[in-house]
Design a protein around this ligand. Structure first.
Ligand code: CA
Length: 229
């Protein structure tokens, strides 16, 4: 089945150019010209990836992004910015963007970013059925809730496994703390940010060779955490 991409861009020529490129690559493309249209299209068309221009006539891309995430939609979002705009990466990540690209960009770069986002989404959507994966010198066995490092084996708890799977599905990308809270703990059991930090320490103790100097489960200050397997 064709993967669906939503382009949110008010400049007609830019939108048309993007549409042509993506349709040529056999994506199913739709275009929204305003933030409001974008939110409607997300609900109606359920895209697999969203290309979101930062400058829109009604609301800016950050706000659109945040609203999409508030609606509990986890579709990957690639933010487009003009070189003259001062794109704030932290603000973008906090709003829920997954990646960004500065105009003008090459077609090759655009397609590579989209493929990467779709691949990560695919990893996560595959029922998160990672099985046994290597992280540094540790072997994490998700199915059997254990970590093997050297000759030692450490058991993993339910939440540790869920946290690991979420980080792994987003490998090499920062995952926001509030996103972790929502995905791993859910709203009903909404714990504090402290909970996430405590579980990160637990995971580090099992996975990292030196948990005080982590090499794989990294803190991204002001945002959250990133797993670099
Ligand atoms: Ca624009």
């Amino acid at each position: 089945m064709e993967q669906k991409i939503l382009i949110v861009e008010d400049e007609k020529e830019m939108a048309r150019g993007l549409r042509d490129i993506l349709e040529f690559e056999k994506y199913e493309v739709s275009v929204a010209g305003t933030g409001k249209e974008a939110l409607l299209a997300v609900g109606r068309r359920e895209p697999d990836c969203i290309i979101l221009d930062l400058m829109l006539p009604d609301v800016n891309g950050y706000e659109v992004c945040a609203e999409i995430r508030r609606n509990r939609v986890n579709t990957p979002i690639l933010m487009l910015t003009a070189r003259s705009q001062d794109y704030d990466k932290i603000r973008g990540l906090e709003a829920g963007a997954d990646d960004y690209l500065t105009k003008p960009f090459s077609v090759g770069e655009l397609l590579a970013r989209i493929r990467a986002l779709l691949r990560r989404r695919g990893l996560y959507a595959q029922g998160q059925d990672i099985d046994v994966v290597r992280v540094g010198s540790s072997v994490v066995d998700v199915r059997h809730f254990s970590v093997q490092r050297g000759r030692k084996e450490y058991p993993l708890s339910h939440y540790e496994v869920e946290l690991f799977k979420l980080l792994y599905a987003n490998a090499d990308q920062p995952v926001r703390r509030d996103h972790i809270l929502e995905r791993v703990w859910g709203v009903e059991n909404y714990p504090t940010n402290r909970t996430v930090d405590n579980f990160i320490v637990k995971l580090r103790k099992k996975i990292e060779d030196d948990y005080k100097n982590p090499k794989h489960i990294l803190t991204i200050y002001g945002v959250g955490y990133k797993l670099s397997p």
